[in-house]
Design a protein. Structure first.
Length: 244
């Protein structure tokens, strides 16, 4: 095996990359001028010790730890995708826990522990721990919600709270999720949307309506965050690419 491949697989190198990423996130937050819009929405849950499902798109996950109230317990759904371990080790620097699995619907096509992850998330929410999900992860389609998040809300009784951040200076990567990398010394904003309640008893059409409500709400807060800092909105993937 070549030196480059050994380095890429090295646990020590992975640890260093995750530590450096965490420091970069802290740098962007410390040097930026940040505002919170709708901060009373998560605040009412935090203040009353009520768990909720935090939802944001995969392309906007980098700064989310800085918008979270550190004293409140949260576990982030991380896929078994090759990048999952790096994300898990990075957010651990902010005191965030993880559950490994997928946001895909559990069933005959469940992917890599999705059913076990769903059960673990329901248990966590019932124990008072918030859950953080990217409904379009780990590999898209971009900004199109899968059914898993509304299934979790239906089974747990916990509401879904959408959030997005944006910065006035950023790099948007040419990846499936149009991942946004904020730059230091930016104007930044977190935009929270109203909670979405999902009833326990839903037929297939109503479940699809709930899924679409989550998708619409997430795209709305994402667009609002971009407008607040003078950025062009990032468009969702075309509908014909969407699969559940």
């Amino acid at each position: 095996m070549g030196l480059k491949k050994r380095l890429l697989r090295s646990n020590a190198v992975h640890g260093l990359v995750c530590w450096l990423t965490a420091q970069y996130i802290r740098l962007c937050h410390a040097t930026g001028r940040w505002r919170m819009i709708g901060g009373d929405i998560p605040g009412q849950f935090w203040n009353s010790d009520r768990p909720f499902i935090l939802a944001h798109w995969h392309g906007r996950l980098l700064m989310v730890p800085c918008g979270w109230r550190r004293a409140r317990p949260v576990r982030v759904l991380i896929s078994h995708h090759r990048d999952g371990e790096l994300i898990a080790r990075t957010i651990a620097h902010f005191g965030l826990g993880t559950i490994r699995g997928s946001s895909r619907k559990a069933g005959k096509d469940r992917d890599k522990g999705g059913a076990a992850a769903l059960r673990a998330m329901v248990r966590a929410l019932r124990a008072g721990v918030c859950i953080d999900i990217t409904p379009d992860g780990p590999n898209g389609p971009r900004m199109r919600a899968r059914e898993g998040i509304v299934t979790l809300a239906r089974l747990s009784g916990a509401p879904i709270v959408p959030v997005a951040y944006a910065t006035s200076r950023r790099i948007t990567l040419d990846t499936w999720d149009r991942f946004t990398v904020p730059l230091p010394f930016s104007r930044g904003v977190f935009v929270w949307g109203p909670p979405i309640e999902v009833p326990k008893e839903l037929d297939a059409a109503e479940l699809e309506e709930a899924r679409l409500s989550v998708e619409t709400a997430l795209n709305a807060v994402s667009d609002a965050a971009d407008r607040e800092v003078g950025q062009d909105a990032i468009a969702p993937a075309p509908l014909e690419q969407t699969t559940t």
